[in-house]
Design a protein around this ligand. Structure first.
Ligand code: 5GP
Length: 181
């Protein structure tokens, strides 16, 4: 195991298996609806790539980039749009594909943004959820599908970074505290 990892939370195999299950559920949910899968960059990229191949109905994809963390392990409390969608979502079934829901700030922001855009539906699939970290004003913010609930630990790998590093790990691991303390 890598020297900067405290513990492997989710192996490559566990991720693959759960993503297949999510793909089956989403295939049923979106059959015939030609959903627009919106990958929330950068962390959602490996999840999006794996998940879309498990969804056996016609779909299209787009990308958004938002930032709420900067380079710290604590949220700044503000969300900034770095890249917006490249097409209108009017009448489309939008499915956000996210790496992790933590305080709920990013998800809340994305939902508010979509309110004014006339999508037919807006839902979210999240690989990881840290329910213990949800901030009081975002208690009700809940993704429609969750891969795994995880404890309140700072994790990296499978798209998730610390200061732009470790996104390429094929598993999800807890980062050693001494790396960021
Ligand atoms: P939220 O807006 O829900 O507080 O945070 C969402 C974003 O914070 C995620 O998309 C992710 O970029 C970042 N984040 C939250 N928890 C973690 C974590 O444990 N590890 C990493 N690498 N990023 C996290």
């Amino acid at each position: 195991m890598e020297s900067f990892i405290e513990e492997v939370l989710l192996s490559k195999e566990a991720l693959q298996q759960r993503i297949q299950e999510l793909g089956r559920e989403l295939t049923q949910e979106y059959a015939g609806k030609r959903p627009l899968l919106v990958c929330v960059l950068k962390g959602g990229m490996p999840f999006m790539a794996a998940l879309m191949q498990e969804i056996a109905t016609e779909l299209s994809i787009d990308f958004m980039a938002v930032s709420s963390y900067g380079n710290q392990t604590q949220s700044s409390g503000e969300v900034e749009i770095l890249k917006d969608l490249s097409q209108p979502v009017t009448g489309r079934h939008v499915l956000f594909v996210e790496d992790i829901v933590d305080t709920g700030l990013t998800l809340k922001y994305l939902y508010n943004l979509m309110d004014s855009r006339d999508a037919a539906s807006v839902k979210t699939v999240c690989l990881l959820d840290k329910p213990a970290r949800r901030s009081p004003q975002h208690q009700g913010v809940q993704p429609d599908w969750v891969g795994f609930e995880i404890p309140d630990e700072f994790v990296v790998g499978f798209g998730l970074d610390y200061q732009e590093r470790y996104r390429n790990l094929p598993y999800i691991g807890v980062l050693k505290h001494e790396i960021y303390e």
